[in-house]
Design a protein around this ligand. Structure first.
Ligand code: GLA
Ligand code: GLA
Length: 662
């Protein structure tokens, strides 16, 4: 995202928050299309994503092409003012391709070849797949690249959703080339991977394989590099498609849909965001409302707080969880508006019309099996109207907060590798606990990838920041000496970018800044808790912390815990500070500590005391002013008071949202 480039809008259309869905009319007879367009107008739909899984229909054989249906469809939608986010259709190869070229099929770490019959069964590094995919992209770009109805290009779909990790011979070849570019020499690789261990030293790049199923723990740096390489392979595919699109249709912006949701971490989205014109995300409610908001805030972090496109979410139940419950009344609208609050300027669903056949027939859609006379469709149409009422918000940035949570893909992956002090550690869970505790305190928070400038933040929380290369160490030191207040936790500062330990005691790279030293980790058994002096408890992890700098304040101690004493510290550094939390406090424990940390950084809630915790506040700021989104986190009514409301207010219904001018 060198320069943010938003959807092309037909001349004369006023800016608005776009609304729509993945649209799969190839699943339906022609007469249904007219009914679809009628209902899209009822719902206020102005954009749909088309042809995502249409490769087999567009190219039914190696030398046969069928664009007639897509010509007709795009014309039909365009005539009715509905823009097309046109997919490159490369997400799922047709059967003829994988039968003719089984060498495009991905291979698992234990050597099994994945079959056709599902979707996305292709190797990101397969030259054969790449060639076929780019031919298709070229045909589509040539045919539709100047169609006024095409508002954006949608590269592939959820890159890596099912095929991120491929251990095939193609992957092995590409991995070696990637390693050679990274390390330059085999000696460089041997050093980085620490191969003077278990007889792992390599004599040449040709000897290297992906971390296939081995007899014991595979080399950790090899694992990390394979994760990085696999993400880069997806980005390489994205760039290859984008280059074709840019060459043939330079006026149409290019996006691809991320999966910033739950535990999905196969692609480095901070890096991927640099290759597209605007960020898109797919989000499904997997862990409740706060996770949705956290993911939306992180998506905004990847978008550098410019508007982004919510490419998919669900109107109600999905089909892929063990038990798939519908959304409760109010949740459809609240979930969508939460994304808008965090910067989404387009709100789209998977999918427009619920399928009658196939693996996703029980996945909700904008038009359910029951048709238009359903609660879901009525809510959808209501939401379409609300989004039009919020047109003034369009184009605004998500307004910066005083507090940031730093979210680090490298630490996430590295901290959760095998053979560590505890396999129970979950990177994201710690970050999410801080988010929830801050929401409970009524604080607005940004979630930003490592590398985002921090100087503007009063308080920065970097939980489980395991991987700290020298440059990051220096930037955190500069942040604190510049007056910033940093909080970090257990298992931070441990290793460099090669996963080599920072020696001399933990928390390694951050030891001096924090003024403490830890000799051994003391992870806790499952269910074990340690009592703390502020009346809360720690779980998962503990550490005997030695204070080594005179100026360190002890904020919380372990109580009656043998060799454990100091639990939470803070070291003042000029007008800034560096605090350390040596155990997992959980939402409640963080809540008990938070006022000390917030006061120290001079951060105060912008919400009246009575509604702190009940309401999430998110703001957007742009040419039309500043807008506060007030989102009810509870199932009770919340009184907000008078204000200049664009939508909702002055009382929030259960799970309701209000938007007002600040
Ligand atoms: C075994 C092996 C050692 C070492 C230890 C670790 O005993 O022989 O090389 O891996 O396990 O506990
Ligand atoms: C993903 C895919 C969609 C659909 C949805 C279902 O997000 O991109 O094609 O399968 O999941 O939730």
């Amino acid at each position: 995202m060198q320069n943010h480039r938003w959807l092309r809008t037909p001349e004369g259309t006023a800016p608005r928050i776009s609304f729509g869905a993945d649209y799969n009319p190839d699943q339906w007879p022609r007469e249904v299309w007219d009914e679809d367009v009628r209902l899209m107008k009822v719902a206020g739909v102005d954009v749909v994503s088309v042809a995502i899984f249409s490769w087999a229909k567009l190219q039914p054989g190696p030398d046969t092409w069928d664009f007639a249906w897509l010509d007709e469809l795009i014309d039909l939608l365009h005539a009715d003012g509905i823009g097309v986010d046109l997919a490159t259709a490369t997400a799922s190869p047709p059967p003829w391709l994988t039968i003719a070229h089984p060498e495009v099929l991905p291979v698992t770490s234990d050597g099994r070849v994945l079959s056709q019959g599902g979707r996305q069964h292709w190797r990101p590094t397969s030259p054969v797949f790449r060639e076929h995919a780019l031919t298709l992209v070229e045909k589509l770009a040539e045919r539709y690249g100047s169609h006024p109805g095409v508002v954006a290009w949608h590269v592939n779909n959820e890159l890596g959703c099912h095929n991120a990790y491929d251990f095939s011979d193609d992957a092995a070849r590409a991995f070696r080339a990637w390693l050679e570019a990274r390390y330059g020499s085999i000696a460089g690789l041997n050093h980085a991977w620490g191969t003077a261990f278990w007889s792992q030293a390599y004599g040449a790049f040709d000897e290297i394989l992906p971390p296939r199923l081995a007899a014991s723990y595979p080399n950790p740096t090899q694992q990390l590099d394979f994760l990085r390489f696999s993400s880069d392979a997806l980005i390489d595919h994205l760039v290859a498609e984008r280059e074709v699109l840019n060459r043939i249709s330079p006026d149409i912006p290019v996006t691809t849909n991320f999966m910033v949701v739950g535990g999905t971490n196969h692609a480095d989205y901070a890096k991927m965001a640099g290759e597209i014109d605007f960020v898109s995300n797919d989000h499904y409610v997997v862990e409740g409302r706060d996770e949705l908001a956290f993911s939306a805030a992180l998506t905004s972090g990847f978008a550098r707080h410019r508007p982004w496109f919510l490419m998919e979410h669900s109107t109600s139940a999905v089909n892929w969880q063990p038990v798939n419950r519908p959304k409760r009344p109010g949740e459809l609208i609240r979930d969508s508006l939460t994304h808008v609050a965090h910067g989404a300027d387009a709100v789209c669903y998977f999918q427009w019309r619920q399928s009658a056949a196939g693996a996703e027939k029980f996945h909700s859609a904008m038009v359910p099996h029951g048709g238009e006379n359903t609660r879901v469709f009525r809510d959808v149409a209501t939401l379409g109207g609300i989004l039009q009422d919020l047109s003034d918000v369009t184009g605004s940035d998500r307004a910066p907060a005083d507090v940031a949570i730093v979210f680090d893909w490298e630490s996430w992956r590295a901290a959760e590798l095998d053979s560590h002090p505890s396999e129970k550690l979950e990177y994201r869970r710690e970050a999410l606990a801080w988010w929830t505790a801050l929401m409970n305190a009524g604080i607005r928070v940004d979630v930003v990838p490592v590398g985002t400038p921090l100087a503007g933040y009063a308080l920065v929380i970097a939980p489980v920041l395991y991987s700290v290369p020298t440059a990051l160490k220096e930037s955190l030191e500069a942040y604190v000496t510049g007056g910033g207040h940093l909080v970090t936790t257990y298992f931070s500062g441990i290793a460099d970018e090669n996963d080599h330990i920072w020696l001399g005691g933990y928390p390694g790279a951050l030891r001096e800044l924090l003024g403490i030293r830890v000799e051994e980790f003391r992870p806790l058994w499952e269910g074990e808790e340690v009592a703390l002096s502020n009346g809360t408890t720690g779980s998962l992890w503990s550490e005997p912390v030695d204070v080594v700098s005179d100026d360190v304040e002890v904020l919380v101690r372990y109580e009656n815990e043998g060799e454990l004493d100091v639990a939470v510290t803070r070291r003042p550094v000029g007008s800034g500070s560096a605090a350390y939390v040596s155990t997992r406090l959980g939402v409640e424990g963080i809540g008990a500590l938070l006022s000390t940390l917030l006061d120290g950084a001079g951060v105060v809630s912008e919400l009246p005391e009575a509604i702190r915790g009940s309401v999430e506040l998110v703001s957007r700021q742009g040419a039309n002013g500043r807008f506060d989104f007030l989102i009810n986190r509870t199932d009770d009514e919340v009184a907000l008071g008078e204000g200049d409301y664009l939508y909702g207010g002055p009382t929030l219904s259960a799970r309701g949202v209000a938007v007002r001018r600040a």
